[in-house]
Write a protein that binds this ligand. Structure first.
Ligand code: G3H
Ligand code: 13P
Ligand code: ZN
Length: 299
């Protein structure tokens, strides 16, 4: 994981990190990784672990992985005991997210996890700054950009392997009321203070309107959803040091739209393998495009 992230930093591309909550989502991510021949990160949140079961999740990942170049990553770890347990159970990478705590406490907690995880060769992502947005276990009303000078002190003191930065993204489907814009000036400043640290962009779903329309056309009601423009994502990973791009909401949208459409178009069908299998294929197609957008150009 560390060498993959440093390679992405040196060669200016990003590894896609996609969240899964079940077998279909996990298989979609692994199939897309194999199809594109690209390293890919399979992320699970604390909420997803609760849903799947910790041991079940890891067993499923190990069983599905085969020879694919995929990594199992804990997303937004908040509970120190849980993070350490995931290190012990064999995760490739963990995120300690103490970004809602005061700076000194964030440093202390992150350092504790780094020392624990590095003993077992597990990669550690930390976060500085605050993303706005609401998800199951990830909640903040306001956003606060990452301070470039604090970032330098933070990385030096904690020894974290990568840093998630707040530059204007937010979690969920409702990211912008007006124009989709990120603060690349702050990102450039961060890159000057910590040039050797791979950076991570959370809240990076582009919320593709054609998929939102499928949800709405087939009985859903999702209004005013807006994500990060794909040209902006392209700039973030190919012209800056963003080496890992997190996407969850888009997968939920594509999957849900595909299930709705399938059931409406096939009203007599009740074999769950048919509509979940179809949705999995739609997510795989979407992921292949995303990985190609983030990935090594001319790979
Ligand atoms: O950034 C957080 C992920 O999208 C996970 O969300 O806590 O609803 O599983 P979740
Ligand atoms: P989205 O809600 O934009 O997909 O962000 C996901 C994320 O940051 C997971 O950590
Ligand atoms: Zn996130």
């Amino acid at each position: 994981m560390k060498s993959e992230m440093l390679k992405a930093l040196n060669e200016h591309y990003a590894i896609g990190a996609f969240n899964f909550v079940n077998l279909e989502m996990l298989k979609a991510i692994i199939d897309a990784s194999k199809e594109t021949n690209s390293p890919t990160i399979c992320s699970v949140s604390e909420g997803a672990l609760k849903y799947m079961g910790e041991k079940e999740c890891i067993a499923m990942f190990n069983a599905c992985k085969n020879n694919a170049n995929v990594y199992l990553h804990l997303d937004h770890g908040k509970n120190l005991d849980l993070i350490k347990r995931m290190v012990d159970l064999g995760f490739d990478s963990v995120m300690i997210d103490a970004s809602d705590k005061p700076f000194d406490e964030n440093v202390k907690l992150t350092k504790e996890i780094c020392e624990y995880a590095h003993r077992k060769n597990v990669f550690v992502e930390a976060e500085l700054g605050t993303l706005a947005g609401v998800e199951d276990d990830v909640h903040s009303e306001i956003s606060k950009y990452t301070n470039p000078n604090e970032a330098k002190i933070f990385v030096e003191e904690t020894g974290c392997d990568s840093l998630a930065v707040a530059i204007g993204t937010s979690h969920g489907a409702y990211k912008f009321k007006g124009e989709s814009k990120l603060n690349f000036e702050i990102l450039s400043e961060i890159e000057k203070t910590i040039p050797n640290t791979p950076l991570v962009l959370h809240g990076a779903s582009s919320v593709p309107q054609e998929y939102v329309e499928i949800i709405n056309k087939f009985g859903g009601n999702v209004q005013g959803a807006k994500g990060v423009d794909e040209n902006t994502l392209y700039e973030a990973c190919h012209q800056h040091n963003i080496c890992k791009i997190n996407t969850d909401t888009d997968l939920r949208i594509v999957f849900t739209g595909a299930v709705r459409k399938y059931l409406v178009e096939n009203p007599k069908e009740f074999d769950i393998r048919k509509y979940l299998g179809n949705a999995k294929e739609e997510v795989t197609k979407y992921l292949i495009e995303k990985i190609n957008l983030f990935g090594k150009i001319n790979n």
